[in-house]
Design a protein around this ligand. Sequence first.
Ligand SMILES: [Fe+2]
Ligand SMILES: [Fe+2]
Length: 286
Amino acid sequence: MEDTLKHLKDITNKLSDLPTLPTVVSQITQLMQNPRTSAAEVGEAITTDQSLTSKTLKLVNSAFYGFPGRIKTITHAIVILGFTTVKNIVLTASILNVIGKTGKSKEFDQEAFWLHSVSTGAIAKVLAELYKHKISEEAFIGGLLHDLGKVIINHCVVDLFEEVLIYRDKHNCLLKDAEKGVLKVTHQEIGSWVAERWKLPSNLTAVIQYHHNPELAGDYKEITGLVHLADIFARALGSGSGGDNSIPIVSETIWNDMNFNSIDLPKFLERAEDEITKASIFLQAI
Ligand SMILES: [Fe+2]
Ligand SMILES: [Fe+2]
């Protein structure tokens, strides 16, 4: 018990040293709350951050968004893709920039981890489109960032994270069960603490908090369920690695709700692989 309290104290103390997101992220969120804000105003706010601007332009000009090489300025991107999409891209690029390379343990394959994350995002997007949910963009970002907590543990308390990895190897278990064994909390809770601190949108926070038990996600059960399934499919496809070799159990509620048996599996897998290839551009934002 004493150990648990000490661990939690260590973790929460270290979380306060976490980098913050660039101010431009909260600026554009604020600007977008005013319906009279113009594309030029949002464009101007984003372009004050040069590295974010070039990353955003690289992403909007990729095959993932369907206008390869044709968008020259942020304002132009807003006109073509809309405010929300550009805001989502800026938010995602900022988060990847802040945490993408911060993992410290040499025992954890970060490249494989981010491929797992991008693959989960791409598959969640395909699932959302398949089920005609109008949340494919959010599903992608949710998938991309669902395991945020793992990066945070690896950054903030690397010595404890390495204990988690030893526990995982000894018990041949999922990383989340090893976290529970060592830290008494998992990357779901730790990720959601950071998501709240960064004031991320509530659907994204729910995905981070409940992707292993989506039936608890309340109003966000739909998006969390999509990411839950996508995480499992990404593992089954062997696309990257979430940090363990096991495949978690599928939530029965979600499986039944989605009636997945009616899906044309070969066609789904083909689309998923195609989308993973397109989404790999996000690996360059890290
Ligand atoms: Fe996870
Ligand atoms: Fe995962």
